[in-house]
Design a protein around this ligand. Sequence first.
Ligand SMILES: Cc1cc2nc3c(=O)[nH]c(=O)nc-3n(C[C@H](O)[C@H](O)[C@H](O)COP(=O)(O)O)c2cc1C
Ligand code: SF4
Length: 401
Amino acid sequence: MLHTVLERLKLKGKSLLPIVQGGMGVGVSAHRLAGTVASFDAMGTISSVDLRRHHPDLMVETGRSRDRALIDKTNLVALDREVKAAKDMAKGKGLIAVNVMRAVSEYASYVRQSCESGADAVVVGAGLPLDLPELTADFPKVAIIPILSDVRGISLVLKKWMRKNRLPDAIVIENPKYAAGHLGAPTADAVDNPNFAFSNVLEGARQLFKDLGLEKESIPLITAGGIHSHEQVKQLLGMGASAVQLGSPFAVTEEGDAHPNFKKVLVEAKPEDIVTFMSVAGLPARAVRTPWLEAYLEKEEKLQRAAKQRPCTVGFDCLVSCGLRDGIAKHGQFCIDTRLAFALAGDIKRGLFFRGSEKLPFGNAIRPVRELIEYMLTGIRPVLAAVASPTVRSQHDLVPA
Ligand SMILES: Cc1cc2nc3c(=O)[nH]c(=O)nc-3n(C[C@H](O)[C@H](O)[C@H](O)COP(=O)(O)O)c2cc1C
Ligand code: SF4
């Protein structure tokens, strides 16, 4: 068991380590990663997107299928298996959450399945989950947690949920300037907007709670994006955050559920290799400039000029709004499900590898979850990484603005 002198995260009656593992699709955070994190008394998150890819029997059924109903049904079976396996690994410790993207077509059924399968929390990003209280009404013990990036988004969700007599059990504040995957900004150029700075959002949220008479509710705020050192954890908790969420650093742990090549691509990426571009989902996204992404970005404008409505390339129709299928010229023009699946399987040439902009806690070392959590809580680095300048602090050790 890991202990900490830092204040613990109080969530739905549980007392947890103040380190959260963010949900990572496709398949990057499944039961092994989330279950391991929870077994150390922290919050582990399974990403619900297309989990059948971790189950060979389900892929035999659907790998070449264009039957959307069958694919969707199979993914719910996979989600059920993953939640139960993660809960088994956690043995009652920590908390198992499921991340569901608002932008995916099966959002509502993923939410419902997560609750039915025994998840302790549902965390929703990539869009405003205004209807989450209704969707989870039959499961009052399940915590509901939106991922938002600015005070305006927090205000919209709070006001809407208050009308339904429900409050978030926590709020993840994800800074698009540093985070990986889909980003909560309107365009790639907007990610630097100071409205997203942790200091501004934490302060703005506190003021908003006051204005709405919610000060006594103590809704925990969990900051995410670019966090990679113990110093930052202390600073952010000192600024009023109740916990920090990490994505990329957990993706590259030994227990991360993706192929070893996936981790290799992430840890070997140099700052200049990390790019922000427009996803098919209509949100900016951040990833490593691998051969496929480089080639795609070179022809992006041409593809956007030729955008037109067409059937979903794989018959899965995974997104509510897809730039490629729906012919939306200003959005991305590739099939994100196919590209993320290549990455999960370790296909360096053809995959899309999401990664945050900041350095990783242990450089290019792939270490166990336990060491990552321990380092974030205490500042004690594992022996291997200690060689790489344990006491030298770069500018990056400061809290991202
Ligand atoms: C490979 C990868 C996939 C991700 N997929 C998702 C996702 O499906 N849904 C989501 O809400 N966030 C996703 N994220 C974001 C993380 O949950 C987390 O909030 C973010 O990565 C934090 O920034 P960091 O990577 O700098 O720690 C993903 C991140 C990574 C690295
Ligand atoms: S074409 Fe679009 S909707 Fe169809 S699977 Fe790919 S990303 Fe999803």
